[in-house]
Design a protein around this ligand. Structure first.
Ligand code: ATP
Ligand code: MG
Length: 416
């Protein structure tokens, strides 16, 4: 035990006068400090302090309590307090007994306690206590000082509540801000699609007729060439390019189309079943397994033909991403919170690299140019989904059965 924490005083006087409140008057607990010169000042200073003081014998029974202690616990008569065990004044008697044990063993204690007033109400007290030794170094009594910290506790609780409220508000504001940002992004994307789509469709329209004439003319010229004519090399190259251009212009005229959507109420399950059936032969050839996980769905309002095209484009991409086989999982579910029908088309295979991921919905962005890709597939899918007030996102699954790529389409459900 640290000697400096143990006050040594003469308590012979109190031992004999346990019940006398003023028994302490003979004590010099100032530890040899110089006596106060001006009479009354020390008493006034002590009387004006905030902490209440009690002394107990080594068994924890009160032998002295000062005025402030009595006020704090709401007692008017000292007889109500003296000779009673300290644990009576604290809420948790087990903890109180523990504190007294610590005091006996270690000579000092400092901590918070819940105290019970005479009327049963509870307050929080900061307790700092010391074991007082008598002159012959034997433990004499326990000196306990209490400070009512209820106000601090209440303020702390209030501040904690305030902090929680502010944090909640901040989370709500951030969520609202994110939602607003996402909405703004969607609007911008829709606007961009509408503008570029309008121009693209115009150009495509201008190109398609002359292109058809070029194609037909080259095919006519080729038919006039013998099978081993070296000029065939040129006509064939032209026909290949014309076919590609024809595909691009066809798809471009779909992209961002402002034509009226043929909206009707449908269940997406039917559309998903149809499209998975359509790609079955291709899957078999590529050794791709199809898995379907469909929940019961509320209907959605869609242009079924357009939505079929979107699903097919995604499935087509998925198959191209699994040249050595794999699993295509098509799942459908309903999100109650957002009231959206959710379609997930997942394929095993390599994830989309960080470099490509931010661009895949951009028109003409393709990594499959060599294989005839135009880079319009996903741009059209996005434009179709947004025109249905839906959302589309892509996720790279990191491990296990999620490894691969998943496209998720969310469409508002209708219930009426
Ligand atoms: N399931 C997928 N796995 C890996 N990469 C994908 C997947 N789907 C799309 N991509 C990437 O996104 C790019 C853009 O896809 P998009 O469908 O728009 O064009 P494309 O498939 O390349 O061409 P097109 O659709 O005109 O044939 C692809 O080139 C590819 O890099
Ligand atoms: Mg594609």
């Amino acid at each position: 035990m640290d000697e400096s924490e143990t006050l040594t005083i003469n308590i012979n006087d109190i031992a004999g006068q346990k019940k006398e409140a003023d028994a302490l008057e003979g004590f010099d607990i100032s530890g040899g400090m110089k006596r106060e010169e001006s009479p009354g000042l020390k008493d006034r200073a002590i009387a004006s302090r905030f902490n209440g003081i009690a002394l107990s014998d080594m068994d924890g029974n009160i032998i002295y309590a000062d005025k402030r202690f009595m006020e704090m616990w709401g007692y008017g008569n000292l007889d109500e307090v003296l000779a009673r065990p300290l644990v009576d004044f604290w809420v948790d008697s087990e903890n109180s007994a523990r504190v007294i044990n610590i005091l006996r063993k270690e000579g000092c204690y400092e901590g918070e306690l819940e105290a019970r007033r005479k009327d049963g109400t509870i307050f929080h007290a900061l307790c700092s206590a010391n074991l007082i030794k008598v002159e012959n170094e034997k433990p004499g009594c326990l000196l306990l000082s209490f400070l009512d910290i209820t106000w601090g506790k209440e303020t702390e609780a209030l501040l904690k509540q305030e902090k929680e409220n502010s944090e909640k508000l901040l989370t709500e504001i951030s969520a609202a801000y994110e939602k607003l940002q996402a909405m703004q992004e969607t609007l911008l994307t829709r606007e961009r699609i509408a503008t570029t789509g309008f121009i693209a469709a115009g150009i495509a329209h201008e190109i398609r007729n002359p292109l058809a004439i070029i194609g037909m003319t080259v095919q006519y010229l080729q038919s006039k060439l013998s099978d081993n004519d070296p000029k065939r090399e040129f006509t064939e190259a032209i026909i290949t390019k014309v076919n590609r251009l024809d595909r691009v212009t066809k798809e471009l005229s779909n992209y961002g189309r402002t034509i009226h959507l043929n909206i009707a109420r449908h269940s997406l399950i039917r559309s998903l079943k149809l499209n998975t059936a359509l790609i079955k032969p291709k899957c078999r050839l590529q050794r791709v397994k199809i898995k379907k996980e469909f929940m019961k769905l509320p209907p959605v309002e869609i242009d079924e033909e357009q939505m079929d095209k979107a699903f097919l484009n995604i499935m087509d991409n998925a198959l191209q991403a699994m040249p050595k086989g794999g699993t295509l999982t098509v799942s459908a579910g309903f999100g109650k919170d957002t009231n959206e029908v959710m379609i997930k088309i997942h394929n095993t295979g390599s994830p989309i690299t960080k470099k490509h991921l931010p661009h895949i919905f951009e028109p003409f962005y393709t990594t499959r140019k060599k294989h005839g890709g135009t880079g319009l597939g996903l741009a059209i899918v996005q434009s179709v989904v947004l025109r249905h007030n839906g959302r589309i996102s892509v996720e790279n699954g990191s491990s296990g059965k999620d490894k691969g790529v998943a496209f998720i389409i969310r469409l508002p459900a209708v219930h009426k």
